[in-house]
Design a protein around this ligand. Structure first.
Ligand code: FES
Length: 375
């Protein structure tokens, strides 16, 4: 980027308009009394729009006065950011990205168009309609090559440019015709051109179902994927598939592999297939019998994270409770440390502990500490 300096020819008497000052003062009020210079960037932006797309020296000084800043500080910011123009620009000012992704995708062709139509970098066209500069990445690389085009009202991105569609776009701007911002090809945003290129196979985890999307009567095909749970973290909480066979032996438990895990999440009765919670009688927890629903505790399919922790180190857990917990898929301090109130109630029912005991003996607190020591 070349050195940026104030334009040699400056307007004789520029003053910010009343509406620009009002907008700046609204920004200034957003900051504490001794931090009002934080409004500098929005103030400069407002001044640039007010002055017709660039910042005259008089505007720079006026903003310095408003914010109580040395003019040189304002100057440093204006010269640093390429979004601030230091000389008059055209009605439509084009900032063309020439950084690597845009360059690889043909920004040189676009530069050739601009040089032919407007002139070298920093030029304004003879009719004053267009001007252009080359800038660094504007963060829309997925739609490279691209340009930002600013005018009195808008600052839009125009993406997926080619020499041909760029010429058309410029013709339309000059003629005052409406141009849609965004991708200039068939893309809607940054989805793959020509349709999906991944997640299209019919591999073992690929499923399809027809669903009703909101606001439409039409059925829409939904592709979804079911990862092998063995590939995911061993410890997890939440809803367990009600069809899943719970076995006392963790190694013999059924897995979610091949099951429709979207059940209840799309297009279905959200409660369909979920375990039904038995209504509590006299607000008392069943402690003698097994609960009528499957466990919703944080569990593992076995001691999948190495040697199980010695849960007996937790005061209140003896060999019997430890083996009960292991049978329910609880092997590690960190699992117990993650229990919430609902999990505690569930575990108490499952292992036949008296209600309130886990809390009273502070299993969770102890487990958290032990897990930390272990880590
Ligand atoms: S490289 Fe051009 S937008 Fe990122």
């Amino acid at each position: 980027m070349s050195a940026r300096r104030l334009a040699i020819i400056q307007p004789e008497d520029f003053k910010l308009s009343a509406s620009a000052k009002k907008k700046i003062s609204a920004w200034v009020k957003k900051y504490p009394k001794d931090r009002q210079r934080s409004a500098l960037i929005p103030a400069l932006w407002i001044a640039q729009k007010d002055a017709g797309g660039w910042i005259p020296e008089a505007a720079l000084r006026e903003i310095g006065d408003i914010l109580g800043m040395a003019y040189i500080r304002v100057y440093e910011v204006v010269t640093f950011y390429t979004m601030f123009n230091m000389a008059p620009v055209g009605e439509h000012h084009i900032q063309l990205c020439g950084t690597t992704p845009c360059w690889l995708r043909g920004s040189d062709d676009l530069i050739a168009v601009l040089e032919r139509r407007i002139g070298p970098r920093g030029s304004v066209s003879d009719d004053g309609k267009l001007s252009w500069v080359e800038v660094e990445c504007l963060g829309a690389c997925a739609n490279a090559p691209m340009a930002q085009i600013s005018n009195a009202k808008n600052d839009h991105y125009y993406e997926d440019l080619t020499a041909e569609n760029f010429e058309n776009l410029l013709d339309n701007l000059v003629a005052g015709r409406k141009v849609e911002p965004g991708p200039q090809n068939t893309r809607y945003t940054s989805e793959p051109e020509g349709g999906n290129t991944t997640l299209t196979g019919t591999g073992p985890y690929h499923k399809t179902k027809l669903i009703n999307l909101p606001n439409t009567d039409k059925k829409t095909k939904l592709n979804y994927y079911m990862p092998d749970p063995k590939d995911s973290r061993a410890t997890r909480g939440g809803w367990v598939d009600p069809d899943r066979k719970a076995s006392a032996d963790p190694t013999k438990r059924g897995s979610n592999l091949g099951r429709d895990l979207t059940k209840g999440l799309v297009d279905d009765d959200p409660n369909k297939g979920r375990p039904k919670r038995a209504p509590a009688k006299n607000n008392k927890l069943k402690t003698s019998a097994q609960p009528s629903f499957k466990p919703k505790v944080i569990y593992t399919d076995g001691p999948t994270d190495g040697t199980p922790d010695d849960l007996k180190k937790i005061n209140g857990i003896g060999p019997k409770f430890e083996s009960d917990l292991n049978r329910k898929g609880i092997y590690y301090f960190r699992q117990i440390g993650a229990w919430k109130a609902a999990d505690i109630r569930m575990v108490e029912a499952l292992i036949g502990s008296s209600p309130g005991r886990i809390k009273r003996d502070e299993w969770v607190k102890q487990a958290k500490k032990l897990a930390k020591v272990k880590a």
